[in-house]
Design a protein around this ligand. Structure first.
Ligand SMILES: *Cc1c(COP(=O)(O)O)cnc(C)c1O
Length: 383
């Protein structure tokens, strides 16, 4: 069986977890959590990074920091994971709708179509939430220009974009907030976990309070206040240092993991490149200003039924492939909390065509070749 995903493991994890236990501090903000925070800040040239319990909780913090008022609207793609939208409904207490305004995606990158954002803006718009699908950046120059023009907050859902860049800048460090996921299906993992990057200094203190059960504990440890107390609403978004120890092992090997994944990605790309036929068989497009992290390799078939046949065919050959995202605007909660802006030209159709191939750190060459061979067999039978 060729698995769709195997969580990353580099070898130092047991030692570091052991160290965390020996440190006799396994709660949040211990030795390894601080190491991870600093690593992100240094490597990505990020202002402030804080590990969280998940990518979803990083998005929750970002959503609370947007300081929503009843009626406020959030612009986001419909083609994304539920968390991207859910956090912003939660931050509004689930009390008003539609506060989500879904914008169509681009056919080539599956990212929010920047040319359709302005049309979706109203005098109630508070923020634009972009998703860097497959670790390939959205058109951030255009999006930041729009945000500036209308005075909007930009949240980057960079759950899939850890180690990717746009014009040399790390994804997650371009908007006001960046959110990463370290779920086991992501490139770098701690089982469940995430991080938020806060690029605008004025939000740092509030973010720390939100993450620390509403207390100013962080300021207390920095000596800014002489006792710590409950100062605002918040939750507990600190991961255990045991989980951070697992993550730190991979951060130390971040470039090795990245180049290994890219190698696999490039094998797929090179093998399929010559078979590309617009509308029938397509592979990812990487814009010039983006360096991606090989988070996923997807292909797009002509339609839903061919895609489903492909998944069954691969399964019968012991290869797990996956599709994802029922567009949020057609999901029960999406219908309740959101509306689609303009016409759904690409979101539904393109999502139905897409399927993801197995991709993980240290995937065996012969397994990659198997996937390629079976895919080409299917292509020859079908197209
Ligand atoms: C994985 C993912 C999330 C959620 O991350 P968790 O760590 O699982 O909470 C959010 N948005 C996108 C686009 C993701 O891929």
């Amino acid at each position: 069986m060729i698995d769709f995903n195997i969580p990353p493991f580099v070898g130092t994890e047991f030692k570091y977890i052991n160290d965390a236990i020996n440190n006799k501090k396994i709660c949040g903000d211990g030795f390894f959590t601080k190491k991870c925070n600093n690593w992100i800040e240094n490597k990505f040239n990020a202002n402030k990074a804080l590990l969280t319990t998940s990518g979803s909780s990083a998005l929750d913090i970002a959503a609370y920091l947007c300081d929503l008022n009843p009626g406020d609207e959030i612009i986001l793609p419909s083609y994304t994971f539920s968390s991207t939208a859910n956090s912003f409904v939660l931050a509004g207490g689930g009390q008003w709708s539609p506060n989500l305004v879904f914008v169509d995606i681009r056919k080539d990158t599956m990212n929010i179509d920047e040319s359709k954002i302005e049309y979706a803006i109203t005098n109630k718009t508070k923020a634009i939430v972009v998703v860097h699908y497959a670790g390939v950046s959205c058109n951030m120059d255009k999006i930041m220009d729009i945000a500036k023009k209308y005075n909007l907050i930009v949240v980057e859902d960079a759950a899939q974009g850890f180690m990717s860049t746009y014009n040399g800048r790390a994804l997650g460090t371009i908007g006001d907030f960046g959110c990463y996921s370290f779920h086991e299906t992501k490139n770098y993992s701690m089982g469940e976990g995430g991080a938020i990057v806060i690029n605008n200094d004025k939000f740092v203190e509030k973010a720390e309070i939100l993450r620390e059960k509403g207390t100013n504990r962080n300021q207390f440890f920095r000596g800014v206040v002489d006792k710590y107390t409950w100062v605002n609403f918040g939750d507990s978004y600190l991961p255990s240092d045991i989980n951070a120890a697992y993550l730190y092992s991979q951060l130390e090997c971040a470039d090795i993991i990245n180049s290994n994944r890219l190698e696999t990605w490039n094998c797929y790309y090179d093998a399929f490149h010559d078979y590309v036929q617009e509308g029938k068989f397509e592979i990812p497009f990487i814009p010039n200003d983006c360096k991606h992290n090989a988070h996923m390799f997807y292909i797009k078939f002509e339609n839903l039924s061919i895609r489903q046949n492909f998944i069954s065919y691969m399964k019968s050959n012991n290869i797990q492939c996956a599709f994802h995202y029922i567009p949020l605007h057609s999901s029960p909660a999406g219908i309740k909390y959101g509306r689609f802006s303009g016409i759904d030209v690409n979101t539904t159709i393109e999502s139905e065509r897409l399927v993801r191939l197995p991709m993980y750190f240290n995937m065996k060459k012969e397994d990659v070749q198997q996937v390629i061979n079976r895919t080409l067999d299917f292509l020859k039978m079908t197209i």
